[in-house]
Write a new protein. Structure first.
Length: 122
């Protein structure tokens, strides 16, 4: 996290806070090794003023095609529980929820109960 803080131009004094936040978030994440053939989609977002314009649908189609071109068998993405818009986007693209992880730490620190893991065959 120190390198991330430096890259973002944050003062070194916030490093313990950043690390603590990351440690809490890590309680929500899956610790299993990534399966062979996985095309992983993470950290996809749209600025509020550009939402509801179907931009993500087109972007997602391109992301999935890129995974196919790289020979991946399936795509996976983690979605914050209660982010209905994101989950619906992925479900409409053929993803299915395959797992869910809730922790009190995520709820307390970030205000969401955890993450859902969605997958789609490519």
């Amino acid at each position: 996290m120190t390198k991330v803080d430096q890259k973002l131009g944050r003062n070194a004094a916030v490093a313990p806070e950043s690390q603590a936040a990351f440690d809490y978030f890590a309680t929500c994440a899956w610790k299993d090794p990534i399966e062979p053939g996985a095309w992983i989609i993470e950290s996809v977002a749209t600025l509020p003023e550009f939402r509801r314009r179907r931009l993500m649908t087109g972007l997602l189609e391109g992301i999935l095609e890129e995974g196919r071109l790289h020979g991946c068998d399936f795509a996976r993405v983690s979605v914050v529980i209660n982010n209905t818009a994101a989950e619906e986007l992925y479900k409409n693209a053929g993803f299915e929820v395959v797992d869910e992880k809730r922790t009190p730490q995520c709820e307390y620190v970030f205000g969401f109960p955890g993450l859902r893991l969605l997958k789609k065959l490519l």
